[in-house]
Ligand binder design. Structure first.
Ligand SMILES: [Zn+2]
Length: 155
């Protein structure tokens, strides 16, 4: 099943309507697309103790992974203050970028950010998390060849 960036953003907008944000009033929706074309929605879910608060992106990822999904192609994210249409570009926090790094190929996974003016920008995960640490870093034998031996100098 093919789905356009615009359709995925519409899914994210629908997810945003479910945001539970009594403290910040900042509502985010995400729509995660699997490689088979299935969409998992997520919203941010706040908590009176603050710490247990979960982002929209991770809600979508954890829903999908808990249903057995492991292969993802893109996520659309919309966000802004209070209800209504998204008012600003809402880029994923560092924790969510790291969760994406766990399950997604950094040179292939796309992150689609609504700009709040009816448009959007598309980024690859490697653009939002350069030199990200992921499962490949723990593979046996990796890391030995990384030093190019050019002898850089720290001033
Ligand atoms: Zn986050």
């Amino acid at each position: 099943m093919k789905i356009s960036y615009e359709q995925l953003l519409e899914e994210a907008k629908a997810a945003r309507r479910r945001a539970y944000t009594p403290y910040s009033g900042f509502q985010v929706g995400a729509a995660l697309l699997t490689q088979e074309g299935k969409v998992y929605r997520g919203c941010n879910i706040e908590n009176a103790a603050y710490g247990p608060t979960n982002c929209a992106e991770r809600t979508a990822f954890f829903k999908a992974v808990s249903e057995g999904e492991r292969n993802f192609s893109a996520i659309a994210i919309v966000g802004g203050k209070e209800s209504g249409e998204a008012e600003e570009t809402c880029s994923p926090c560092g924790v969510c970028r790291q969760v994406m790094m766990e399950f997604c190929h950094p040179q292939e996974f796309r992150i689609i950010l609504a700009d709040g003016k009816g448009g959007y920008q598309v980024y690859l995960l490697e653009e939002l998390l350069p030199l990200g640490f992921g499962p490949k870093n723990l593979e046996k034998g990796r890391g030995k060849e990384e030093n190019s031996g050019t002898g850089g100098i720290c001033n």
